[in-house]
Write a new protein. Structure first.
Length: 298
């Protein structure tokens, strides 16, 4: 009887692993509606597609799948919230190894404007940052890198504006003349937020792109209405009733891993990401793309 019991357990585990391998070969698209009185009328129905933690496109099939899923969302804007490249893969393959990543980006910029902020893996791009071949390649394709910067998207008919601010991962600031002197990540995050929100009125609608979700309470102290983040990889392994097991920057049983997190004044959506880095396996945690649809309302 004991032998039969263990056979059943092993069969269930094997089936679970097989199902996860199949599930993780696809990309889930999750769509959310963000209703906010500060959304300008001209941007009602505006579709924001978030891609995060791609960690270098490794094969043509993956790149094509990301493109097709994004195309299907009819984006008005595409936001990449860090770790477009994987530092280990980039270090071993060089910019030539990122040909498929650039090929994907070349297709994405044909769909909608693309805004990008650095994640921790973009640290690999900091050597000779003005002439780094991958960074230059992105800019030549039309990607707008908005590290610690703000852009305004203006509706042609009404002149109404949507504000997008971006902050880079604090680990990529060690060479930055403006922020490198600060002693810890918290101070660096505050300093970057001070810069990107300067002059932003409370009545304006602001979207913040940030790689790290664990600073939600800090984001809430600024005039930010909506934040998109990644980095947590969904907790990598997810268990029913428990959630994610581990996330960088948060440790075991992290609080911010996937989906919506809200305060009275701010909503933050955290994507589980598309690629993998150190741990190449996900459990009950498929790769995903997030679409947020803006609604002008309460």
């Amino acid at each position: 009887m004991k032998k039969k019991y263990w056979i059943i357990i092993l069969a269930v585990l094997a089936a679970s692993v097989a199902w996860n391998v199949y599930w993780n070969s696809d990309i889930v698209v999750r769509t959310y509606k963000h209703s906010n009185a500060d959304v300008p009328a001209a941007f009602d129905g505006y579709r924001i597609v978030q891609l995060t933690d791609i960690h270098s496109v490794r094969n043509e099939k993956q790149g094509q799948l990301i493109y097709e899923k994004t195309l299907g969302q009819a984006p008005d804007v595409i936001c990449i919230t860090g770790d477009l490249v994987d530092s280990r893969y980039y270090a071993s393959h060089g910019v030539e190894g990122e040909a498929l990543t650039l090929e994907l980006v070349a297709k994405l910029v044909q769909l909608a404007p693309v805004y990008f902020v650095y994640g921790n893996h973009e640290m690999i791009l900091l050597d000779d940052p003005e002439h780094n071949a991958f960074k230059v390649g992105l800019e030549e394709l039309g990607v707008q890198i908005i590290n610690n910067d703000t852009v305004r998207i203006t509706a042609e008919d009404s002149g109404e504006e949507l504000v997008i601010g971006g902050i880079q991962d604090p680990s990529t600031l060690y060479k930055d003349h403006q922020f490198a002197y600060l002693s810890n990540n918290g101070e660096r995050m505050e300093a970057m937020l001070d810069v990107v929100t300067e002059g932003i009125g409370n009545e304006e609608f602001m979207l913040l792109l940030s790689h790290r979700p664990e600073y939600l309470e800090m984001y809430d102290q600024y005039p930010v209405d909506l934040c998109l983040a990644g980095h947590a990889h969904g907790g990598q392994f997810r268990l029913p009733f428990i959630g994610g097991i581990y996330a960088p920057g948060q440790g075991f049983f992290p609080e911010y891993t996937t989906g919506l997190y809200a305060t009275d004044d701010l909503e933050m959506y955290v994507g589980t990401g598309i690629g993998n880095s150190v741990i190449p396996v996900r459990v009950f945690n498929p790769p995903e793309i997030i679409t947020v649809v803006l609604e002008c309302g309460d």
